[in-house]
Design a protein around this ligand. Sequence first.
Ligand code: FPP
Ligand code: MG
Length: 293
Amino acid sequence: MKLPDFFEADRQVIEAALDRILPRESTPPALIHRAMRYSISAGGKRVRPVLCIEAARMFTENLEGAIQTGCAIEFIHTYSLIHDDLPALDNDDLRRGKPTNHKVFGEAMAILAGDALLTLAFQALAGAPIEPARCVRVIAEMGAAAGTVDGMVGGQVADVEAGGKPVDAETLEFIHRSKTAALIRGSIAAGAIAGGGEEQDVERLRRFGGWIGWAFQVVDDLLDVEESSTALGKTAGKDRAQAKATYPALYGIERSRAIAADLESKALAEIAFYGERASRLKQVAEFLVARRS
Ligand code: FPP
Ligand code: MG
């Protein structure tokens, strides 16, 4: 599926900003900066920063605050991937088509690179060019999205606790909405806040983000079954091998596709109110459900 043109343009802006914010590889201690840059520049799609920027664009032409927020979100996302790939968690050797961080830099450095990216994220958020009261709200939004209460770490805990045992629909929903949807929901809400959206706008877009983030993980589950490791840039078929709690495992492929389509419709219904103004967010949402990697 072809990406919309604005997606590529946003991505270039994000790449430049990530490079500007990250410490140089030569800055001591050089090893950690190399490890951080290795995973950040490994070729992620930058979906969350694009969503953040496009949510902000609905309310402002000045996107600098949202761009820096988007970088912080990519730092948080990348830390979570580095830690998720560690032997103690998913124990994976391949990510974004390259050896995982701990395979290249060792476990100790991979743990620290994740810690450092998470810390740098909040430094970048605090220094973002956003009106101070809004900046504090963005920091709180992202702290909650990455945290333990309906947030990313909480979802990861439930995922670990499920530990290869079959789970019920309610537990699976909790895992997906927390582990993956929370960060995507936070990216969109933070973009709306940074861009100057009213409270009602932020709430509407947060709901949109929740639905589309949930759909994103259902599609991720499907791709693990349907696609090759080469297409995904990570080990395919891993969920089944590890008896993971996934939508295809619980509902089968066809029903999981229908669930993803239903979640997409729910997401699009939240932004229908904005008409043409939300056209870019709509296109990103459609891409996320139709993607093949
Ligand atoms: C792929 O995103 C990532 C997911 C589907 C999220 C999975 C959730 C975790 C790994 C949570 C881990 C949490 C902790 C605390 C360890 P993507 O397709 O956007 O990847 P890309 O950036 O490589 O394109
Ligand atoms: Mg995992």
